[in-house]
Design a binder for this molecule. Sequence first.
Ligand SMILES: C[S@@+](CC[C@H](N)C(=O)[O-])C[C@H]1O[C@@H](n2cnc3c(N)ncnc32)[C@H](O)[C@@H]1O
Length: 258
Amino acid sequence: MLTSKIENPQMFEEWIAALETRHLADLRLQEVTRALRALSAAYVGRRGTGVRGTLDSAGKRAAFALFYAPLHFLAAHLVVRALGAEAPPPRTIVDIGCGTGAAAAAWALASGGAPSVAGIDRHPWAVAEANWTYRRLGLRGRARQGDVARLPPLAAGSAAIAAYVLNELPEPVRTRVEARLMDAAARGTRVLIIEPIARRVSPWWEQVASRMEAAGGRTDEWRFAVDLPEALERLDRAAGLDHRELTARSLYCPGRAG
Ligand SMILES: C[S@@+](CC[C@H](N)C(=O)[O-])C[C@H]1O[C@@H](n2cnc3c(N)ncnc32)[C@H](O)[C@@H]1O
């Protein structure tokens, strides 16, 4: 059972239940399933140039929050644990393109809930959802609206995560964010990048991986056999998807301990 592998399975299950209540209040499950199909098709069809319009309807926003965000939470949690990135707990985890807050929340909870989280996203809906997620999961910190093209300097002793976001950025912005992350890693920030495994989604991957490895980082591909909670499994099946295995790849610079 997947949930036995995560730090606080009960909190995770309660978060999923709260997400259902929140996002199915004004939409029928059928509408969310239809939107989930559209969202998945957009993700599958992208070609390293990002994916437009993912949050442009209430149905897609609900599908993202209810389905993809918990999957990203699980992937981030499992990757963090596999890398041993949870200890010692970072003071702060900056979540670049935080969406609904799942990735930094997963890292913070893997670290025992001690780190505070600081989400940045340009979409106001995502910012509001991330703040709800942090409160719901009992975490300190907040998300704010901002463009990652103007990322503030990252403090030593902090950690930064960019989960499923670099592939959405135009190349000049992605390059700037990468430079900021490399610079932060060199000054001791733990940096974790997570992306889908499909190579066409992030054609820049190999080059960034060599630069990260040269800077003392590591790159991994992950396949986790999972048994999704009932609510997620139901959506997965209804949308014609199959997430019995979660896959992801990651770039990780451990920074200095502390
Ligand atoms: C696929 S979602 C991933 C969200 C989250 N990291 C996760 O793992 O669930 C990508 C997010 O990046 C945000 N985003 C894309 N470009 C951005 C930019 N230039 N500045 C800030 N956020 C951005 C989008 O609004 C969206 O919420």
